[in-house]
Design a binder for this molecule. Structure first.
Ligand code: COA
Length: 325
């Protein structure tokens, strides 16, 4: 089996920034509540008409330049998203055309906030067994398009953005271990009820605001802490490593309190946890990959470092990955 690593990363955050002060004018909330309960100060919002493939394209160009790979060298593109441009075709197919990556096989993954880690794991299998040489894995979301801007329970939490990673065979280091999981019995805790085959769009579904995401935040909080802790423990055990070996944990950015509770349970000090939640909010599949990209760009990830990605989201699904950089 070949060793597979991330050889380039990129991100794109839309220009418009929505602050907590802006939200105070939209719903009954306060900067104080949002900051203390979530750790979020601001989030980026896509421009009207800007879709997931547009964000994915910009992040991908940066990642390909960073990896020094041309689009025509790509054989696989996987986009993790829950906010595709439309129900079909896939964002990855639209992106293939934008990039002119004509040789690439393309599909999307619906694994919500764990989507990027799921995508990494799938791409790793294809490369390690020799089917494909270079793959592009992206997390891209325009969550503002499914956010109910009248619901203070959810609208303060989410943001838009995209991150991309180029995967290829590497001589040393790379992905050491991945671990994925799912518990479909809790699918009702976080979902988007209408617009699919269960509740196709009607005047009634629109009037009942069923095209916006619904979440039982409190319930999720406890499950997220326990599941992310267990996923991190499992993937590290699989890798034959311990928490003292981890240089940086890059978790899904749903809530600062969730992340710090997980770090505390794992015994990982705060300075070894990477956060972009304050500036970006929760960008679902884009959160872990943009955080990874920023950590690399800021020089917080160096060659030989052990990094741990740890994500959790709607499904419920989870995924963790240990990488030697
Ligand atoms: C959503 C979340 C931030 C809410 O924080 P919480 O501490 O659990 O708060 P609660 O839901 O218990 O609500 C506490 C109170 O704040 C209120 N509240 C909710 N949103 C508010 C807001 N934006 N501004 C002010 N008050 C708000 C609630 O109405 C509730 O009021 P009540 O006690 O009068 O009913 C938190 O539960 C969370 O992050 N959950 C997990 C999110 C997650 O993991 N998402 C998906 C995975 S990707």
């Amino acid at each position: 089996m070949k060793k597979v690593g991330i050889i380039g990363v990129g991100e794109y955050l839309p220009e418009k920034i929505l602050t907590n002060a802006d939200l105070e004018k939209m719903v009954d909330t306060s900067d104080e509540w949002i900051t203390t309960r979530t750790g979020i100060k601001e989030r980026h919002l896509a421009a009207p008409g800007e879709a997931s493939s547009d964000l994915a394209f910009k992040a991908s160009v940066q990642a390909l330049n960073n990896a020094k790979i041309k689009p025509e060298e790509l054989e696989l593109i996987i986009v993790a998203t829950i906010t595709g441009d439309m129900s079909f075709p896939s964002v990855s197919a639209i992106l293939q055309n934008k990039l002119q990556a004509k040789k690439a096989v393309c599909f999307d993954i619906s694994a919500a906030c764990a989507g990027f880690v799921y995508g990494l794991s799938v791409a790793q299998q294809f490369i390690s067994c020799g089917t494909y040489k270079n793959a592009l894995v992206i997390g891209s979301e325009v969550l503002s398009s499914i956010t109910d801007w009248q619901d203070r329970n959810t609208c303060v939490l989410f943001g838009d953005g995209a991150g991309a990673a180029v995967l290829s065979e590497v001589k040393s280091g790379g992905i050491i271990s991945t671990y994925l999981g799912c518990d479909g019995s809790k699918a009702g805790i976080l979902n988007l009820p209408a617009g699919g085959s269960r509740n196709p769009a009607t005047h009634e579904t629109v009037e009942k605001r069923m095209h916006f995401l619904k979440m039982q935040g409190n319930e999720l909080f406890k499950i997220a802490v326990n599941t992310m802790t267990q996923a991190a423990e499992t993937v590290l055990k699989q890798a034959g490593l311990t928490f003292s070996d981890v240089d940086l944990i890059i978790p899904h950015q749903a809530n600062r309190r969730i992340i710090m509770a997980v770090a505390k349970k794992l015994g990982i000090p705060e300075e070894r946890v990477y956060l972009n939640i304050e500036r970006c909010g929760n960008m679902s599949s884009a959160s872990t990959v943009t955080a990874l990209c920023e950590a690399v760009q800021e020089g917080k990830v160096k060659k030989g470092d052990i990094i741990l990605l740890d994500a959790f989201g709607a499904g419920l699904v989870w995924g963790a990955c240990v990488i030697e950089w």
